[in-house]
Design a protein around this ligand. Structure first.
Ligand code: PMV
Length: 334
């Protein structure tokens, strides 16, 4: 039996534009998905998943999903099942054990489909645990590459390496096409996350931006401007200039709004944080609903968000410098 965990993430800058070759800077946060894997006889899978949303989500299936008792949309459930199947296929391939069967238990502190990289964290932790259970040790970069293949397939080719690389290596990272690197020397980033209780459909939102970009030159230019914001953000990050980072987050949110991927609920959370004097605030991830991230060293944004109608949950999140790791089993620990 092996248990591995991997962190979720926020996008400090660059979601959507990263799909078209601009750089992005996601940051891992201290909310993790834990996957426990035990090999079982036969080639069937048995999966138990809990708490994939903050409200709780259980799906149990052997190979084929039975109608699970869940309060999230069917497409999200299908995607969750697809991610788990994909992680298992990668582990079977890495270990050259195409018929290996597994009992898998997933626990996640990361809301599903809310822009915090829940699927990437589950896939990364799942691949790590399942390969170790079969006696194969992959490096975090190898896990990231395999996890990207899974996301790419489940999301019909509309995925960047940002989520999976960030979850596998932890900390703040920079991703530009297949050039993925860790950013060293990051200042303390006082993240406050607000969650509207909803979720966006990543595939649909990415397709919407793609269509706008094809139709309007100014939409294509907006995507390029996000790239410029990211490059300025990298400089502010290396200077440790939190005020500049906040201003650039505000700018990044405005450009995402122009591309049609925000939502009224997200804008309301962003404005609640700004009016409480956060240094900056933006949506994180695909958008459409889910989470915003604000930068605030004081209690202001957290308190304001708590009292904002439509804000289901608010929490502070530290940067998590720990990527994927084995919590027990595999190498004989614990
Ligand atoms: O909402 P998330 O965490 O799945 O992030 C999606 C980020 C996009 O840039 C919109 C797509 C991608 O794969 O990079």
């Amino acid at each position: 039996m092996v248990v591995s965990s991997a962190p979720g993430k926020v996008y400090l800058f660059g979601e959507h534009a990263v799909v078209y070759g601009e750089p992005a800077v996601p940051c891992a946060i201290e909310r993790r998905a834990r996957v426990r894997v035990e090999e079982r006889d036969g080639d069937a899978l048995r999966v138990h998943a809990e708490d994939l949303t903050l409200d709780g989500f259980t799906v149990e299936y052997s190979g084929v999903a039975d109608a699970p008792d869940v309060d999230v949309s069917e497409s999200l459930v299908e995607a969750a099942v697809g991610y788990i199947d994909g992680a298992v296929a990668q582990a079977r391939d890495a270990a050259d054990r195409p018929d290996a069967g597994f009992e898998i238990t997933i626990e996640s502190e990361i809301p599903l489909g809310a822009g915090l990289g829940s699927s990437a964290a589950v896939v990364v932790a799942g691949i790590d645990a399942a390969t170790r259970e079969l006696g194969v040790e992959l490096t975090p970069r190898e896990v990231a590459e395999r996890a990207y293949q899974v996301e790419y397939e489940v999301q019909d080719g509309q995925a960047s390496r940002a989520d999976t690389f960030c979850s596998a290596v932890g900390g703040a990272v920079r991703v530009e096409r297949d050039d993925c690197r860790a950013i060293e020397e990051v200042p303390n980033l006082p993240f406050v996350i607000g969650y509207d209780g909803g979720a966006g459909d990543t595939g649909e939102l990415v397709a919407g931006v793609r269509a706008l970009r094809e139709e309007y030159d100014f939409a294509a230019a907006t995507v390029e401007s996000i790239g410029d914001v990211v490059r300025a953000g990298e400089r502010a990050l290396s200077d440790g200039d939190l005020e500049e980072l906040g201003r650039l987050m505000d700018f990044n949110h405005g450009l995402l709004e122009a591309l049609g991927v925000s939502a009224r609920s997200l804008d309301e959370l962003v404005w609640a944080a700004r009016e409480a004097d956060a240094l900056g605030a933006k949506l994180t991830g695909a958008g459409g609903g889910g989470c915003i991230v604000a930068l605030d060293e004081t209690e202001g944004a957290e308190t304001a968000l708590k009292y904002t109608p439509g804000c289901e949950e608010v929490f502070r999140a530290e940067l998590d410098t720990d990527g994927v790791h084995t919590e027990s089993g595999g190498d004989g620990t614990q």
